[in-house]
Ligand binder design. Sequence first.
Ligand SMILES: NC(=O)c1ccc[n+]([C@@H]2O[C@H](COP(=O)([O-])OP(=O)(O)OC[C@H]3O[C@@H](n4cnc5c(N)ncnc54)[C@H](O)[C@@H]3O)[C@@H](O)[C@H]2O)c1
Ligand SMILES: [Zn+2]
Length: 351
Amino acid sequence: MEILVTGGAGFIGSAVVRALVAAGHGVRVLDALLPVVHPSGEPGELPEGVAFQRGDVRDAGAVEQALKGVDVVCHQAAMVGLGLDLNDAPEYVGCNDLGTSVLLAAMHRTGVRGLVLAGSMVVYGEGCYRCAEHGDVAPGPRRAADLDAGQFEPPCPRCGAALQPGLVDEQAPGDPRNVYAATKLAQEHLAAAWARAAGAAVVTLRYHNVYGPGMPRDTPYAGVASLFRSALARGEAPRVFEDGGQRRDFVHVDDVAAANLAALHALGTRPPGSARAYNVGSGTVHTVGEMAAELAAAHGGPPPVVTGEYRLGDVRHITADSSRLRTELDWRPRVSFREGMAEFAGAPLRV
Ligand SMILES: NC(=O)c1ccc[n+]([C@@H]2O[C@H](COP(=O)([O-])OP(=O)(O)OC[C@H]3O[C@@H](n4cnc5c(N)ncnc54)[C@H](O)[C@@H]3O)[C@@H](O)[C@H]2O)c1
Ligand SMILES: [Zn+2]
């Protein structure tokens, strides 16, 4: 297949590019090289034979040019982060939603009918919890006053009792809690609308917390594993927010790349008009505090410090049930938490 990878110069996109090339596909990359992600203005090393085009997914001309001769698109380009600064909201919506709609319209004009979309677990909000009295419940956003008081666990929205966190599956309703999350959910809706209207197929991969070599260094937009890794590189202790008990699923970037390959192969078997989502997680739950401790130990650095700080818009626990991806696309994560963190502790971050 000839595959266009948007955002192919990014952390995950470049791993996807390597996996596609290794599997024998023709690959081209369209990436705007956003300055916050690529301060050097260079795309980094791409495998031989990969055509690189610097261009923005919001630019219809650039997108049409990139789509020439392409069979399917793997859409990784997005502005990432929490969307904490509201001044960034227009740029998030521009890159992620306007950009996706420009891409979809161009795919429609050029007759490209297969899309793999990089989605995110953030679309689920707090995810899935159980109350002893009320069964499955969906807690609302946490209140700043509770967080200030160190009450980090969201209570049952009906009776206020303590809750048991569970695994969220793909049927869970969307419940975005920050600007970034809202744009990731909108991307999915746009792609589904395109698939129906164009008789096309989209597979969305809702990634959990992705980590691994090539992760961007410390920026306000970086993931937590990168923040900890950057602190350790400076000889400092990782600073863990809340009480460190936030549950997550850390999935290695090579496993995410393999999921993209599986999804691209599956596109050909999908009926016209179809949209299907898959959670992409390792299947192993860890807390943010455990991750910090594992990374610090593997790096030989100072142990983490729990600060009690918080970011409004963060969710307390979110962990995926990734069994759909295993059963339908025959995907298995290959990198364990311990191995992956040991490697990541020594691997260079991207500058
Ligand atoms: N890293 C994670 O843990 C994680 C988790 C869930 C979902 N995702 C999703 O995975 C995808 C890749 O994320 P990443 O972590 O590799 O981020 P990244 O910032 O390393 O890569 C994104 C790439 O997209 C490019 N880009 C951004 N806006 C663009 C635009 N308007 N036009 C063209 N290129 C543009 C950037 O220059 C960058 O190279 C994103 O869609 C993100 O939402 C990432
Ligand atoms: Zn209850």
